[in-house]
Design a protein. Structure first.
Length: 297
């Protein structure tokens, strides 16, 4: 592991533990990751829903593999300068699978790894039909993850999906179990009111993350409101791909209806700026350098 990646993890840990709210955008491919990286967030969140949708075009229902997710962690962590929180679903199986997942994600450069207590195959946390494993089985996963990581600054985010089916009391009980098992951050998924969110924040000393999904089960609150409730961080996993989807549908509809992009009023990324975003300046500098070397030869 490089010193640079270790520094990323220290930065994330300090941000999460500091007073106030850390707002974290969801990224799902290298375009979204590079744009968010340039904007200057304290962290990025690699969303399982967005990664599955953008990579495979299928639902976030436990269908994407460890290898496919790892390839995205490797690309995003390696292609950005911002600490990355990476969704690892259930760890992609049992305890041995989880150990492999933690080793792989850590080697790829993740600053934090999120695991959840759903049965496999898992589902998006703002959809119905989710089932959870026994709390002690999840606590064992957390202990394995902690024992497996080489860097103590690699944060383990423990998520429970118990609220929707078993109620808030059970979700809070599980959060306590997971905190005692050593989770660095707790993620009580899909509370359904501001009152529930307040109760969650009053129940724990461990840092808490809010999952804000526009159109999902949890209220969309302002940053000051989330901070006042007591959340340490808020992830916005769907905001980017929902915005991108709306923009693409509008642009493609215009193209289909008119046969051309001429006269369209959609906001467009400047092509020259996009070239720089993708690193073409490095390509041109490389070609110029070696063209000159060849001329001298």
């Amino acid at each position: 592991m490089t010193g640079q990646n270790l520094h990323f993890r220290t930065r994330l840990a300090e941000s999460i533990r500091a007073p106030g709210l850390t707002s974290i955008p969801g990224v799902f491919d290298m375009i979204s990751a590079r744009i968010a990286d340039q904007i200057g967030f304290d962290a990025l969140y690699m969303t399982g829903y967005g990664t599955t949708a953008s990579h495979l075009g299928i639902p976030d229902a436990g269908l994407i593999s460890y290898a496919e997710m790892l390839s995205r962690v490797t690309a995003i962590a390696g292609g950005t300068r911002t600490p990355l929180i990476a969704d690892a679903d259930t760890g992609f199986g049992g305890l041995l699978n989880l150990e492999r997942t933690v080793r792989g994600y850590e080697a790829a450069g993740a600053a934090a790894i999120q695991i959840e207590d759903q049965e496999f195959p898992k589902k998006c946390g703002h959809t119905l039909g989710r089932k959870v494993i026994p709390a002690e089985d999840m606590a064992q996963k957390i202990r394995v993850a902690i024992d497996t990581r080489d860097d103590p600054e690699l944060l383990i985010v423990a998520r429970t999906d118990a609220r929707t089916v078993h109620g808030l009391d059970e979700a809070l009980r599980r959060g306590e179990v997971y905190a005692k098992a050593g989770a660095d951050i707790l993620f009580i998924e899909s509370p359904e009111s501001e009152e529930e969110m307040e109760r969650i924040c009053q129940s724990f000393d461990t840092p808490l993350v809010a999952n804000i999904v526009e159109g999902g089960r949890t209220p969309v609150l302002s940053a000051p409101s989330l901070a006042k409730l007591g959340y340490s961080a808020a992830i916005f996993p769907a905001f980017g791909f929902l915005a991108a989807g709306a923009a693409l549908r509008e642009a493609y509809t215009t193209l289909r209806e008119t046969g051309s992009s001429h006269g369209g009023n959609q906001p467009l990324f400047d092509f020259s700026d996009f070239n720089r975003l993708m690193g073409f300046e490095d390509v041109w500098a490389f070609e110029a350098k070696w063209s000159q070397q060849n001329d001298k030869g």
